[in-house]
Design a binder for this molecule. Structure first.
Ligand code: AMP
Length: 391
């Protein structure tokens, strides 16, 4: 059985076609610059197929994708595709799990789209495009927020006027839930139990840390939007919001411009002035660049703070997992974070830690908390959910 996982952005659409018999990726790729001009890249059988094409909208991208699946001999017939799973960024408290798309689901999505104005409308365009192109194939929506719906009010409420929650839905929703759930399920499989206190560190360009107990999310570092929590590639993470008015006034910026600065010009990029990419920061850090050293220390400090907070919240921890671009590929960040956690009995083995993009236990036998690197796979999680629902 073949299932497509879709991640639609405002001007892009990424896909993975997965063979669910062995969970292998048959083909994957991305359609870019939708609504501007257009191009695609499709990876299949070790080859990359690239072409400039006109993509007026997401429907064009989906139609060309389906044509290419046939003309590149990726599938013999579109009937081989039995389900399409769509990533949706924000499900608010309306969705606590993956659902099959029907009219009611589309209405609910419509009602909450202003909560993620850059993402949800684009995700919906992807769903509409597939409904049109493959009308007999079921679609599912997999929410980035759903895994975090088990949080308690004491974790998700902000200490602001209660009416803001009642009237405007102001609370913590979190993000990266599909990745944290994948990590939770993978760790449970490795250790043979889900009765675990797990701290899942998804550290990529965006980053979030989640506390999980017995398979359920207890708290997570992102908030009402993905701007909160740890420091990220270009996002500030937690800050004191009172710093905004003097900067707005001095730079003559409105609230949207300043939020844009916090999302796109802050974090590793803003503090270092070098780059948002951890590889560039590591190079400058290793050369002794002072701003890079400050940035690295701050980055590591923020991650450590959240792990320590969740250690207390969970009443201890059995496992810490590093995942996503930085978590999977940076032995240095893992080492610096774990050194800060030495007082909790965390100890990693430098040789075992010297891996990139591979699953491994990197803690020593004496470590009081097991530490793992596990490559995340959100596309597979989306496909698994879709398979489960269409069965
Ligand atoms: P993601 O958002 O999960 O795709 O992660 C992307 C980020 O991973 C990049 O911006 C880099 O900062 C980081 N990254 C990728 N490869 C490496 C590496 N070898 N060492 C350190 N950081 C890396």
């Amino acid at each position: 059985m073949k299932i497509i996982s879709i991640n639609a952005g405002s001007s892009s659409l990424k896909f993975s076609l997965i063979n669910m018999d062995d969970e292998s990726v048959i083909a994957s790729g991305v359609f870019e610059r939708i609504g501007i001009d257009g191009s695609y890249t499709i990876k299949f059988n070790g080859e990359k197929h690239k072409e400039e094409v006109t993509l007026n909208n997401h429907v064009d991208a989906v139609n060309i994708l389906l044509d290419k699946l046939i003309s590149l001999n990726i599938v013999k017939s579109l009937e081989e595709i039995e389900g399409v799973g769509h990533r949706v960024v924000q499900g608010k408290d309306l969705f606590d799990k993956t659902v099959l798309v029907d009219d009611e689901v589309m209405e609910k999505l419509e009602s909450i789209k202003h909560f993620a104005p850059l993402h949800n409308p684009a995700n919906m365009l992807g769903i509409e495009a597939f409904k049109k192109a493959l009308p007999n194939v079921p679609n599912t929506v997999v929410f980035d927020t759903a895994f975090h719906q088990t949080m308690d009010a004491v974790e998700y409420m902000y200490p602001v006027p209660y009416e803001w929650y009642e009237k405007y839905g102001i609370r913590k929703y979190g993000a990266h839930g599909t990745s944290h759930r994948y990590i939770t399920e993978t760790v449970s499989e490795i250790l043979g139990t889900d009765k675990l206190k797990l701290i899942s560190c998804h550290i990529g360009n965006g980053a979030s840390i989640t506390a999980v107990k017995d398979g359920k999310c207890v708290d997570t570092s992102m908030g009402f939007t993905p701007l909160a929590g740890v420091m990220m590639g270009t996002r500030s993470g937690d800050i004191d919001s009172s710093l905004l008015p003097p900067v707005m006034e001095a730079e003559n910026k409105d609230i949207n411009e300043i939020i844009n600065d916090l999302n796109k010009k802050s974090g590793v990029l803003g503090l270092s002035g070098i780059s948002s990419d951890m590889r560039d920061l590591e190079d400058a850090y290793n050369e002794g660049n002072e701003r890079a050293i400050l940035t690295m220390n701050k980055y590591v400090r923020r991650i450590t703070d959240y792990i320590a907070q969740y250690y207390v919240l969970l009443g201890g921890s059995d496992v810490i997992v590093f995942t996503a671009g930085v978590g999977e590929n940076s032995p240095l960040i893992r080492k610096l974070v774990c050194e800060n956690l030495a007082c909790l009995g965390v100890e990693i083995d430098d040789e075992k830690n010297n891996i990139r993009g591979k699953q491994a236990e990197i803690s020593t036998e004496n470590s009081k908390i097991k530490v793992y690197v596990i490559p995340t796979d959100e596309e597979l999680m989306i496909a698994r959910d879709t398979l489960e629902l269409i069965k």
